[in-house]
Unconditional design. Structure first.
Length: 86
């Protein structure tokens, strides 16, 4: 369930007991508000997921350019061999 309030959204969620207890211990030690801590955690995880996706896209593009580069090198080699035969 999500509620809108200004620039903030209210979110109702269920956490595993262990995760909740660990989070409560951390926010108690760090003296960070639970809301702020969860916002920071989600921001961190969102950035991680964006980098992971970008890395996957770069890996795919790299394989495409590798194939293209191999074809270009083969064409240049063929041109050089033709030139040397003349």
């Amino acid at each position: 369930m999500v509620y809108t309030r200004g620039n903030m959204k209210t979110l109702s969620l269920k956490l595993d007991k262990e995760i909740f207890e660990e989070t409560e211990a951390i926010i108690k030690d760090t003296k960070v508000a639970r809301n702020r801590y969860i916002n920071q955690a989600l921001e961190f995880y969102n950035n991680y997921q964006k980098r992971k996706k970008l890395s996957s896209e770069f890996a795919f593009a790299s394989t495409l350019s590798k194939e293209s580069s191999t074809e270009i090198i083969a064409e240049f080699d063929a041109l050089i061999e033709e030139d040397e035969a003349i």
